[in-house]
Write a protein that binds this ligand. Structure first.
Ligand SMILES: *Cc1c(COP(=O)(O)O)cnc(C)c1O
Length: 371
């Protein structure tokens, strides 16, 4: 067995989806749920999460062609929307894998249409409107030309239209409200011509703080995995969501080290007395960030310790003083052990980053196990 694993609590993950669904659908609405599953499902494992989630969601959202292809190869049959802007050579594979394509400009729409005409295919598209993120998407002023073009072209099937919120992790944000208003104008136009078009805008922040952003479908990513888009602003309706991700390893080596000895590269940690030092088989080569050197925390036998010295590519060391630990003991780097808990947020703060980045940083050397 692998010594280092990421354990996913499937029950909790499903509960997160159901909690969010109940929240957006109160008052008997029927709002669809698109689960963003890009970047290896925020580190939770692309295929594993898709298999668990598929009976609870309406759509999957991926960033790029390859992620969608992997899902299809593993038998996932739910609609999959590719959020990213496609490259021209990818259109054939997108269509052949029944992936729904984001069309973010008139030029892109024409390119897809020409490809489809010459091959006799039909492409399912979502029009992307830029309401203020300034990333990809047609400007609101020009949206109707793109909508008209897609609607009149027999090779293009308009399935959806969407936009992305730039600052919805702040409640009562004026700019977010402007974005919602702008998108609502586009929705009005589309619904006049093709009422069944799935219009969608809300990311996690939208789901949490902006009910006006729900439209026909929501796309909450980080919340589905159990993290609040803004931990200072918890939403009571969503209090049943919780993290479902734990990072665990084992003690792989034990030794006694004399006083005044440096540990690991460049001896950034020095023992103050004769002490016990254990080695854990995880390092920055797995995505356990090197900036956690000397400050990262681990749980062993119910005790919390700091990482001792520089984190190596494949290992890190921990000075456990005069406490006990044996080779094979469980080590928790993110998650619970006994009454103690190391939250992802505490790791995030030490690295001065966001939950998303730490989750995505764990790579495929660490197997994902679904409990
Ligand atoms: C990643 C992504 C989301 C999800 O964002 P969260 O902040 O994780 O909820 C939604 N929509 C698009 C287009 C995305 O790329």
């Amino acid at each position: 067995m692998h010594n280092t694993v990421i354990e996913i609590n499937s029950q909790q993950f499903i509960q997160n989806i159901q909690t969010i669904r109940d929240h957006v659908n109160h008052n008997n609405k029927r709002i669809k749920f698109c689960l963003p599953i890009k970047a290896n499902a925020y580190g939770h494992g692309l295929v594993g999460i898709a298999k668990i989630a598929q009976e609870y969601v309406d759509y999957f959202g991926v960033a790029c062609l390859d992620e969608g292809v992997i899902l299809r190869q593993h038998g996932i049959i739910k609609p999959i929307l590719v959020f990213g802007s496609f490259a021209e050579g990818q259109v054939e594979a997108l269509i052949n894998n029944s992936l729904e394509v984001t069309v973010s400009s008139l030029y892109k729409a024409q390119y897809v249409a020409e490809y489809c005409e010459s091959t006799g295919k039909v492409c399912n598209v979502h029009i992307k409107v830029d309401t203020g993120m300034n990333r990809i998407g047609v400007r609101v002023e020009n949206a109707r030309y793109l909508i008209d073009y897609v609607l009149q072209h027999k090779c293009l099937n308009l399935v959806g239209a969407y936009s992305h919120l730039a600052s919805s992790d702040c409640a009562d944000d004026g700019f977010t409200k402007e974005q919602i208003t702008k998108f609502a104008q586009v929705v009005l136009y589309i619904k006049k011509h093709k009422p069944e078009t799935i219009c969608h805008l809300a990311n996690s922040g939208g789901v949490c703080y902006y009910p006006d952003s729900y439209f026909d479908m929501v796309r909450p990513g980080i919340m589905s995995y159990g993290y609040s888009p803004n931990k200072l602003l918890l939403n009571d309706g969503l209090s049943y969501t919780a993290s479902c991700f734990e990072l665990k390893s084992i003690v792989s080596y034990f030794k006694v080290v004399a006083a005044n000895q440096g540990i690991s590269y460049n001896h950034k940690y020095t023992t103050t007395q004769e002490t016990r030092v254990v080695t854990i088989p995880i390092g920055y080569g797995d995505g356990y960030r090197r900036c956690l050197s000397n400050i990262g925390e681990v749980l062993i036998r119910g005790h919390m310790y700091k990482v001792s010295g520089t984190i190596c590519m494949d290992m890190l060391m921990v000075d456990i003083g005069s406490n006990e630990a044996y080779v094979g003991d469980e080590v928790v780097l993110i998650g619970k052990q006994g009454t103690q808990n190391i939250t992802l947020e505490s790791v995030v703060n030490k690295c001065s980053t966001i939950t998303y980045e730490i989750l995505c940083s764990f790579n495929d050397r660490i197997p994902r196990v679904y409990l």
